[in-house]
Design a protein around this ligand. Structure first.
Ligand SMILES: Nc1ncnc2c1ncn2[C@@H]1O[C@H](COP(=O)(O)OP(=O)(O)O)[C@@H](O)[C@H]1O
Ligand SMILES: [Mg+2]
Length: 362
């Protein structure tokens, strides 16, 4: 799929701007703080329904203005799709797909897909398990509305169970906790099984991407770390067992200690855990390999490549890896930001970004 046109109005530092992207590589260049990342953020907003940088939608509205708007017009295998996000200081954002307002964010999932990579995404490899869960969940949600709703349901049940653990008296705990356990395990089982399948698919792809980027160096391995679950009934049984085993501890702490909300995946390089041992360069290449593998997963699941958004990644790679990356991304429409155009393929569409205005080099 490709995004043909992106229109932003009173979005971040943009007053009004329309950009026509090429179906291949698009390079946005400019000095710092000119609005390059803001444009990628606008694309991401139309795909995922939120910013990759903030959970506060109001921060996206241009300072001094009451509302903003982003419109992405995409071409997909099965036709055209337009996603419009309207932001307002006084109300929640409103999203429309092909002109029809949607009532739940879940309905946006899959309308237009993207994979986003920025230096910040290094946290997938080096920071907390929650960053790796977000990586898995954001992807799977874009591919499956059902998973999006399942995750929401799980989180609701989890917070109700936690409230009971914190506030319930002995009688309430005795009578109601088993009910929440059953529901939590049922929803959690689906999450565990789906994530495990996702990681299994990702495994060989990450290896291949990493080997390509590095020219065959260093073997990378990933492994899901969490509750067992080959299928939903065994995952549910093992989750129920874990809830049972942790009951006293849960009551004492006033929250649910174990479950898919605590799961993680391990990233190993040459047998060592990259989360704690990798050099910056190794972690960066690993994170990029995960993102490139994501592209392939999308292509396999939905039959076409999503839009790839690469924010400031080239400057952080050595020349060999830069070259490999540029070769690798030819299959997907890519929007890439950088501070200078050295080494960019001559066929790329080039745009200059300055002070919230975009102009195309002809
Ligand atoms: N809500 C907003 N309204 C107006 N300007 C904003 C808003 N949010 C961020 N900015 C401005 O956007 C610029 C940063 O844009 P960004 O796309 O991150 O830059 P870069 O080109 O370095 O990627 C800064 O000048 C910042 O002050
Ligand atoms: Mg930037």
């Amino acid at each position: 799929m490709t995004i043909d046109t992106l229109t932003v109005k009173d979005f971040r530092n943009y007053a009004a701007q329309t950009v026509k992207f090429s179906p291949g590589l698009n390079v946005l260049s400019g000095a710092n703080a000119q609005g390059k990342t803001n444009l990628l953020e606008a694309v991401y907003l139309c795909c995922v329904g939120r910013s990759p940088r903030t959970l506060k939608d109001k921060e996206l509205i241009r300072w001094g203005h009451d509302g903003g708007r982003v419109l992405a017009e995409a071409k997909k295998r099965d036709g055209k799709t337009a996603v419009e996000v309207r932001l307002s200081r006084s109300e929640n954002k409103r999203i429309a797909v092909n002109g029809l307002p949607i009532s739940r964010i879940g309905e946006l999932m899959g309308a237009v897909n993207c994979v986003f990579f920025s230096p910040d995404e290094l946290k997938i490899v080096k920071e907390s398990p929650s960053d790796r869960r977000r990586f898995m969940d954001t992807d799977i949600c874009q591919m499956s509305k059902a998973y999006f709703y399942l995750l929401n349901r799980y989180n609701k049940i989890l917070s109700q169970r936690n409230r009971l653990l914190k506030e319930g008296d002995g009688e309430a705990l005795r009578s109601t906790l088993p009910v929440w356990d059953e529901q939590l395990a049922a929803a959690g089982a689906g999450i565990i099984v789906t994530r495990r399948k996702f990681i299994d698919k990702l495994k060989p792809l990450v290896k291949a991407e990493h080997s390509f980027l590095t020219g065959g160096e260093e073997g990378i391995e990933i492994e899901y770390e969490g509750l067992d679950g080959g299928d939903t009934s065994s995952a549910k049984a093992s989750f129920l067992r874990v809830l049972e085993e942790n009951r006293k501890r849960d009551i004492k702490h006033g929250f649910t200690n174990e479950g898919p909300h605590k799961d993680d995946f391990i990233v190993k390089l040459g047998g060592a855990d990259l989360r704690s041992f990798g050099s910056q360069g190794q972690q960066r290449t690993a994170a990029l390999s995960l993102k490139l593998a994501e592209l392939e997963i999308f292509a396999g699941e939905i039959g076409e490549y999503p839009v790839l958004l690469l924010d400031d990644v080239l400057s952080e790679l050595d020349l060999f890896r830069q070259g490999q990356l540029l070769e690798r991304i030819q299959k997907a429409q890519t929007v890439l930001t950088c501070t200078h155009l050295d080494g960019m393929p001559s066929g790329a569409a080039r745009f200059a970004v300055a002070g919230g205005a975009v102009s195309q080099f002809l």
